[in-house]
Design a protein around this ligand. Sequence first.
Ligand SMILES: [Zn+2]
Ligand SMILES: [Zn+2]
Length: 234
Amino acid sequence: MPVLPIKLTDGVWRIPTFGRNLINSYLIENSDGTISLIDCGLKSTSKKLIASLRAINRSPEEVREILITHAHSDHLGGARKFQEASSGKTHIHESDVSYAENGKNPPIGGGGPLGRVLGFVSSSIPSCHIDQTFKDGDRFNIGTGLTVLHTPGHSPGHCSFYLGNAGLLITGDALFNFRDKISYSFAAFCYDEKMSKDTAERLGDPDYEIVAFTHGPPIRENAKQSVREFLGRR
Ligand SMILES: [Zn+2]
Ligand SMILES: [Zn+2]
């Protein structure tokens, strides 16, 4: 089945790279005519990213930058292969850069026994070159403007992305929406579960109409209210 990008809002597409919405990447059109890509999916995902670009009459050469929410194999796995087709610059938070460049997932499971097992089976990812790092509050001229929200815990450098003018929040793995139910990042996949929950709080602060997740379908109606209700805030 061909993977098609699904329009999320003006100039923004969701690419379901695994299942209908189990793993999502995002494409964003820039004012200079280039494209930015958020996350590269699994190791085998590069082909789907390229097919999705073609489907909107774009090519990997037009990708100006690749932003990675964090150094896990379902977000960064396809980066090295995609980099072979694109000269776009790859960016990740400064606290996850060593994992990306060394091809190793950050530790997960908070040091518990399940984490050690999961960590063992999923500890390696294809290493990739990182051109630049970002930190909390950094702004990119992506789409109509993108701000980095550092939401560590799931990994040390985990970030969410806020596109205020587009009314869009991309949570990354700070919040999941599996089976249309918002949840915190699953403990077994977290570097520090408590920190992940604490920092997800800030996703209830900015204004947005659409909330998009790496894992699960986007929410287009009462998005901010749904997130705030989940966080136990009004
Ligand atoms: Zn993750
Ligand atoms: Zn993930």
